[in-house]
Design a protein around this ligand. Structure first.
Ligand code: ATP
Length: 197
């Protein structure tokens, strides 16, 4: 049994995340995909994030009705920084015997050598990676340390040029986010007045 793990700030969750999860589900032959909203994002410490409760609720709205997507709130419930190796260890304990596949975009992959215990992450999971608009794609993995390269599955996914940063800026500027997030997430952002400053 292979289980996908998609970590992120999800500030907010958007169609790029959903395409990424769906593509990994199909191409990495996953039984399910667990979305893991980050608690304290130590790699984005200078960035203000929406409250964990709002980010989790938007993920719940985005995945509702999809039987093989689920959410784990283990990182937001944990004190201190969100380290992926600690998260993967906890998820492995919850699903003994499962093979974990950590799903990420290539921008996050490029940052992996700077993570807490990157070797442990690679022991605990294979990586399923999607290109992002403007990224180098599989060619970029040439820059990765040798050991890492063998653990990476490149997903064949047309780039989805959407980022949470762009969505937050659009909301702040009063512009439309139609089509960039699921309708229920768009309505939630409007109802809660998120990202308006
Ligand atoms: P921000 O713009 O705030 O940095 P983001 O849009 O990159 O956010 P995150 O929640 O940080 O979203 O991303 C979680 C994971 O999803 C990361 O591994 C990231 O690379 C990946 N990801 C996000 N958007 C896309 C996308 N459009 N295509 C492929 N991967 C994506």
């Amino acid at each position: 049994m292979r289980v996908g793990v998609l970590g992120g700030s999800f500030d907010p969750v958007h169609v790029g995340h959903l395409r990424l999860a769906e593509t990994a589900y199909e191409q990495a032959e996953l039984e399910r995909v667990i979305f893991v909203p980050a608690g304290h994002q130590w790699r984005k410490a200078d960035q203000q994030m929406a409250a964990a409760g709002d980010r989790c609720e938007m993920v719940r709205l985005a995945i509702a009705g999809n039987p093989y997507f689920e959410i784990s709130t283990l990182e937001v419930e944990r004190e201190g920084p969100s380290y992926s190796d600690v998260t993967l260890e906890a998820l492995q304990e919850e699903s003994p015997g499962a093979e974990l596949v950590f799903i990420l975009g290539e921008d996050t992959l490029a940052d992996l050598p700077n993570w807490h215990a990157p070797e442990r992450v690679l022991e605990l999971a294979r990586l399923a990676v999607a290109g992002r608009a403007g990224g180098g794609g599989p060619a970029a993995s040439e820059a990765l340390p040798g050991g890492l390269r063998g653990r990476v599955i490149w997903l064949d996914m047309p780039p989805v040029d959407v980022s949470a940063t762009d969505i937050r800026e659009r909301v702040r500027a009063g512009r439309s986010i139609e089509g960039l997030v699921p309708e229920a997430v768009r309505d939630y952002i409007a109802a809660e007045g998120l990202y308006r400053d």
